[in-house]
Design a protein around this ligand. Structure first.
Ligand SMILES: [Zn+2]
Ligand SMILES: [Zn+2]
Length: 227
């Protein structure tokens, strides 16, 4: 077994469950040193809607989204705090193009998404040009590495300069970049989980959700590795 981040071989004793059910054993997990770098979000110390850490009640971001989308129900789940360690990992994976790192959070994602049985899982799409430049969609890649079946419901029509180079106000003012990529009847009455790598302002996920909401899904939820 190797570490999904530093790629070192992990030596550890198997658990009883792993001995009894060896097929549950994955070939990649995080070594204890790498795992320790990341800070899991504590649900009881975070915004109940978006899991922003250090909030007691609905955070300012969620209050603004509620005002902008008063008819909509939204709930976001994130696994880790977007801190320096996560930013470093993302830099290597997404911007450095280290495709091996799609497996870093394999187990954590698999466990978390067990809570979304019956949901259609839709990764946030990249534009054609960004996809060609990066060679892979970082969100689809980590989902597939976790054994999650994904569906393409949206397409990104335009891609100007990367969001990561924009400040908060510029990000919030971005125009709707998504269009529907499936037949609209497919969405009626469905439960959909939109997945992104990071939730920063929420702009991306709300844009994507807004397209889906127009086609009478039962529910749209959102998920990211970090918040
Ligand atoms: Zn490691
Ligand atoms: Zn919030």
């Amino acid at each position: 077994m190797i570490c999904g981040y530093c790629q070192k071989v992990i030596l550890r004793n198997l658990t009883v469950k792993e001995i009894l059910f060896p097929w549950l054993l994955s070939d990649t997990e995080l070594c204890s040193q790498c795992l320790r770098q990341f800070t899991p979000i504590q649900k009881d110390q975070a915004c109940p809607r978006c899991m922003r850490s250090g909030e007691q009640d609905l955070c300012a971001d969620c209050q603004r989204w509620q005002k902008q989308y008063p008819q909509r129900q939204f709930f976001h789940q994130a696994l880790y705090q977007y801190d320096e360690a996560f930013a470093n990992w993302l830099k290597e994976y997404k911007f450095g193009g280290d495709y091996r790192l799609r497996r870093t959070f394999q187990q954590q994602v698999r466990v978390a998404l067990k809570g979304y049985r019956g949901f259609i899982i839709c990764p946030i799409p990249l534009s054609q040009s960004r996809y060609q430049e990066r060679g892979f969609n970082q969100t689809s890649a980590f989902l597939e590495a976790s054994g999650v079946k994904t569906h393409t419901l949206l397409r990104r029509s335009s891609h100007d300069s990367p969001q990561s180079k924009k400040n908060r106000q510029e990000r919030l003012a971005l125009p709707q970049p998504y269009v529907l990529a499936c037949s609209p009847e497919l969405l009626i009455g469905k439960k959909i989980l939109l997945v992104d790598d990071v939730y920063t302002t929420g702009r991306t996920l709300f844009h994507a959700a807004d397209i889906l909401w127009q086609h009478q899904p039962k529910e749209v939820r959102t998920f990211s590795l970090a918040r």
